[in-house]
Design a protein around this ligand. Sequence first.
Ligand SMILES: Cc1ncc(COP(=O)(O)O)c(C=O)c1O
Length: 372
Amino acid sequence: MATPAFAIPDDEALPAPLRLASPTEVWSGRRRLTYFGGCDYFRFASHPRVIAAANRAAREFGLGVSASRRTTGNHPLYEQLERELAAFFRVPACRLVSTGYVTNLAVVQALAGEFTHVLVDAAAHPSLHDAALLSGARRVEFRAGDAGDAIRQQRKFPAQARTVVLTDGINPTNGAAAPLAELRAGLRPETWLLVDDCHGFGAVGATGRGTAELAGLGSERLIQTGTLSKAFGAFGGVILGDHDLIRRLNRSRLFTGSTPPPLPLAAAALASLKLLASSPARLRRLQANVTVVKSALVAAGRLDAITPGPICRIVPRDAADEARLRRRLLRAGIFPSFLRYPGLPAGGAFRFAVSSEHSRGQLDALVGALVR
Ligand SMILES: Cc1ncc(COP(=O)(O)O)c(C=O)c1O
């Protein structure tokens, strides 16, 4: 079988470890630097109420359930979190699995035999490419973020094909939103969409319900997956869909044979969800901060477009530009988060994630370092 188009960088060394110094700063060696890395979009991972909820759950329930939920590992916290996530996202049902990566694999495993053709965005997250391989269906890539290309590819499928599209909601490398409305309108009506919204959940859409909300998409023939490790600041994988999907997931090998997220993290996610649902000002602040940074970078010609996700990608023009940007960022007291990651140019790129908690001064310093 042909391998997917995305490339894993060939270097084996890990970046130097970082420690948090405050919600928006890290210790990098002995320097305390403003941090725009990571994807803790509301800084819930260090929010006192979220930490308190995790501590309480650890004391009351212990760390984990030490078994899959199909055996002896079910727990009221998981069921409460699933109920509250389904209510927040206004979908019929939710299932938690160990991680965001596993969500996409679990969905295609649960739906084995349902689809004959998989259309996968060429720049999709590796977990979606793995899911496409695992599905056993005919796998066809379409050009990144290009609904027209997906529609053209589907025209070549036989009339009886049963198609599912696999795409990120928000592209993890540049914050662009997938063209969900165009896909829905142009693909055959029976086509399903599996949207990995790890970077959209909580962060985009008028009420933080993600890319489907941003696109005005209804919930029919839509499966959404995501992680609790980004906007929620916790840990675990989330699958949103209808009751039939959940029943089939319950019988999947992945769900049957693996342990759910640690209980303190489930409690933390519940606390984050409560904060998210009860404080729309925080979401407005995040989205305003994204606009401040991206509009300044677009105006200065450093960025092509104001994409809706909090992630901002700056591709250096050449090695000298990269070195200059690193120096300027460090001089401005900002950690130069430079990544080599699938979906980024082979030489890598700077990737910054704006949060609701960065101050205007921190945002201006970032823009100043990148454009002057
Ligand atoms: C788009 C996307 N999908 C899936 C994942 C995996 O989520 P997790 O880290 O919870 O496994 C990530 C990030 O890590 C991601 O960015």
